[in-house]
Design a protein around this ligand. Structure first.
Ligand code: B12
Ligand code: SF4
Length: 500
């Protein structure tokens, strides 16, 4: 029986996390097909390693997971090389990048199949079909090119229950790469594990890549199963903190509180992502239990303080500017740090409108800081991450925006900047506007250095705070070279660049 080779392209500098996307797929073929994994975060020469597996002649299938941005840098050239050197191999890609940009991926000629959405059912079925030479056309969540060169997208499968899925093969991973080295040092703890406890999100924000992928659906593992998994990793490899990578960990108050009660005695710190309007409905009692159980900081997409912009972004739910401010104050009482992300540079009819909105958001962010100075602020530039063919994509196209059509173009410096939301390439956003946002961000990060930078000691923090004080308090943000110099000198960490 042919073997399967998985590749997790390098996704972060320094710190590597459990390759959860690959593990959840490998779990579904464990015991049936033999597999190996190459992790770009753990290899000096990952292409060489992939090649060495392929040269054994035992591997017919190659599975890559690809997020936009840094992972494309290895994924695209490596897929090209492997396909050239091993033309009879079958290359299968999954993850947000191929799901949302399948045309460029399949037209490249080096990828045979895209798994469009959760792969736990589609992948083992596809391998069985290919292995036994059976039809695969009816397998859901697939995108491929027909013999006639037409791109075929099969129907999307309903989200499946998460508890019955097979457990992630952590012990097997440990035979390739020591599992304890996936537990990195963060502001949460010395051995932080990452865990994905639910998939999708019930909301439909217009700018979010999760929406076309999961179509506003959400399914979660039960609190008990999450706790058991965490406990296993804690007991076996010494995890002392958890980063929940779910899009929306706190959808269900009942589940969050149940989990908090279970983890309470384990002395672990944790972090997760949530919506402000959802969590503002939590009772005081629930918030207190969650904090007591070790939840130190929660990431929220605040997006904008302007209700009209929230509406344009289709933020959904009941979130308003007033609620964003009020909730920052509410969390302060419980000692939970809110991490608010904002989207600046949204479209406007005139340059003045775009600029006025930027100034409004800057003023709003300062109000949030007044209500709760501990609030962490992440500033993103509005990047239309719309799927090819969606309404938003058509709308931004009409304003002059185009995605690359060739796979290799995605790794050009300009699209790399787009992917990490630093350079949105949107025609309405002028360089002077980007400068204003960046300069404000520099001053803000100087005045309020992030808690997630564990290298920054209290003295350095104080020096940075003082260096940015006059600018912050007088609203003069141009050319903050002195603050930049300190940030460069002390290698200041920006969560907006590293994902989180
Ligand atoms: C963890 C994470 C990271 C980690 C690295 C993850 C890794 N792969 O090593 C870090 C923190 C490094 C990171 C960085 C970034 N990330 Co990130 N990340 C995530 C996050 C939170 C979880 C991913 C995950 O582990 N999911 C768990 C697994 C089980 O789910 P999954 O990946 O979807 O996999 C399923 C399917 O997609 C499919 N599948 C996936 N891969 C494969 C492979 C095969 C072979 C098959 C068959 C199937 C398959 O099957 C899986 C099981 O169902 C997601 C959001 C989310 N909640 O999913 C964002 C997300 C993927 N990241 C995103 C982005 C944009 C980034 C950045 C590029 C930018 C930024 N500023 O955040 C940065 C890069 C910064 C930098 N300079 O390095 C976006 C992508 C948006 C888009 N346009 O598509 C997401 C969706 C967040 C968001 N809501 O905007 N990220
Ligand atoms: S609530 Fe968050 S994860 Fe859900 S659709 Fe909106 S931005 Fe995406």
């Amino acid at each position: 029986m042919s073997k399967i080779l998985f590749f997790n392209p390098k996704s972060a500098e320094g710190k590597s996390r459990f390759p959860n996307s690959i593990l959840s797929i490998a779990a579904t073929i464990e015991g049936k097909y033999d597999w190996a994994i190459v992790d770009g975060n753990r290899e000096a020469e990952p292409l060489q390693k992939l090649r060495s597996y392929m040269e054994t002649g035992e591997f017919r299938y190659i599975g890559f997971t690809v997020m936009p941005g840094p992972q494309t840098k290895q994924a695209i050239p490596f897929a090209r090389r492997l396909k050239e050197e091993f033309p009879s191999s079958i290359m299968i890609w999954g993850g947000y990048f191929p799901g949302n940009h399948y045309q460029a991926v399949l037209e490249s000629g080096c990828v045979d199949f895209v798994i469009n959405g959760p792969g736990e059912h589609a992948f083992p079925k596809l391998i069985d079909a290919l292995e036994y030479d059976e039809p695969y056309e009816l397998i859901q969540n697939l995108i491929y090119k027909s013999c006639a060169g037409e791109i075929i997208k099969t129907s999307k499968e309903d989200l499946f229950e998460q508890d019955p899925l097979p457990p992630l093969p952590y012990d097997r991973l440990d035979t390739f790469y020591s599992a304890s080295k996936y537990l990195g040092k963060t502001f949460l703890g010395n051995h932080t594990m990452s865990y994905h406890s639910s998939i999708g999100c019930p909301f439909k924000c217009a700018f979010c890549a999760v929406v076309p992928y999961y179509e506003a659906r959400w399914k979660a593992k039960s609190a008990k199963l999450v706790y058991d998994d965490v406990k296993y990793i804690k007991d076996k490899w010494g995890a002392d903190a958890i980063e929940f990578t779910d899009n929306n960990f706190f959808v269900s108050e009942k589940r969050a509180v149940e989990f908090a009660k279970l983890i309470r005695g384990e002395n672990m710190s944790w972090w997760g992502m949530a919506r402000i309007d959802t969590m503002d409905k939590y009772s005081d009692e629930s918030l207190a239990i969650i904090r007591e159980a070790g939840c130190k900081i929660i990431f929220f997409g605040a997006e904008s303080g302007n209700n009209l912009v929230l509406k344009h972004l289709d933020k959904g739910g009941t979130q308003t500017g007033d609620q964003i401010l009020h909730f920052a104050g509410r969390l302060r009482k419980f000692g939970i740090i809110p991490e608010y992300s904002f989207i600046l540079g949204t479209p406007g009819a005139t340059q003045k409108e775009v600029m006025d909105q930027i100034d409004f958001e800057i003023g709003f962010i300062k109000k949030v800081k007044k209500v709760n100075p501990d609030t962490e602020i992440i500033i993103y530039l509005y990047s239309p991450v719309a799927t090819e063919g969606s309404d938003l994509y058509n709308q931004v196209r009409s304003l002059g925006f185009e995605f690359p059509t060739k796979l290799e173009d995605w790794i050009s410096p300009q699209w790399e900047g787009f992917d990490i939301r630093r350079n949105p390439l949107t025609p309405w956003l002028r360089p002077y506007m980007i400068d204003k946002i960046r300069n404000f961000e520099t001053v803000l990060n100087g005045y309020y250095p992030t808690v997630s930078d564990i290298k920054l000691n209290p003295v350095k923090r104080q020096i940075m705070h003082l260096s940015a004080g006059i600018r912050y308090n007088t609203n003069i943000y141009n050319g903050p070279y002195e603050v930049k110099l300190l940030q460069k000198l002390w290698k200041y960490r920006q969560p907006e660049l590293s994902g989180f």
